[in-house]
Ligand binder design. Sequence first.
Ligand code: OGA
Ligand code: NI
Length: 350
Amino acid sequence: MTSIAPVVEKLLSNHHNHLQGQDKYVFPPGERLDMSQICHSYTFPIIDLKDLDGPHRIKLVNEIRQACEEDGFFQIINHGASETVMKSMMGIAKEFFEMPVEDRVCLNSENLRETVRIFTSFNVTKGQPFEWKDYLRHPCHPLEEFINSWPQKPALYREVAGKYCKELRVLVLRLLAAISEALGQDPDYLNEIFGNHSQVLHISYYRACPNPDLTFGIAPHSDPRGITVLMQGDVSGLEVLKDGKWVAVEPIPNAFVVNLADQLEVISNGRFKSAEHRAVTNKTTARISIPTFYGPSLDTFIAPAAAMVDEEHPALYRGYKFEEYMAAFWSKCGLKGKSILDRFKIEVSP
Ligand code: OGA
Ligand code: NI
């Protein structure tokens, strides 16, 4: 039998108690974060969705429009997803990362084409520095197609995560309808543009880090799909770039953090923003965050929507198959702000 030791070494959650010098998790001085520059005094909009399907829909759609235009970033409360299901999901995520590492390593793969895998950092095949996180990722839609490939341990994983993914899909579809209306279109607009849709779940585990100022939980980036709905747990660490400053997003119990991702910036022809964000680690507490990444299916053609382009607003991005975008995303050496989106920009002559 081959030893699993070399694989165990690759998972952050099993080692590393001190960061220094040439350690692969240490970022070069010019790219590190400056803790003293983090803004704690701004709060991104908190949108109460209680009345989204009632007589106040227009007011809520307006709030969503404003948030999408300004930063592409907001939190939602009374969003309709079951709190019991959310709690069970966070519980099973914790159990997953607290099981003996031997129960997790079978899912370790450096092959980015592997759709169900556990991994450290963003892309360890492309060199260093590495990010201070382990994550499990797997596709979730259509559920029946994927659920049998998900982890079998803990024993309830598939059942709990299956329920969570269903709740999240319902929520995302409600958000997409409202965002379509915020763009002045029919509620079904984005639903149709997304083709067969894709939904991917990550469970990110940021172990307590001995030297949080030398590394990142996740380096600055924008998300590649359409929209991200994140369950942040109760440990802070998420930060968003707003007007050149990094703003900390404090967790709100039972809320979700929503950020628009690159495909919505393209489809809206730059009217809505894909937010640049990052996560920092902390010295004392492990942090688990659970993002759902939702967007088009790989075979979908994405371009600025016809309704978003006119003489005053020429197309800012070229059209492409979403597959091409994801290939560009995974081929990156590391996460670097909005650099992938920039590759699809049309040069406008002065
Ligand atoms: C991500 C991400 C933020 C967080 O996984 O893309 O931005 O708080 N995560 O974990
Ligand atoms: Ni992200």
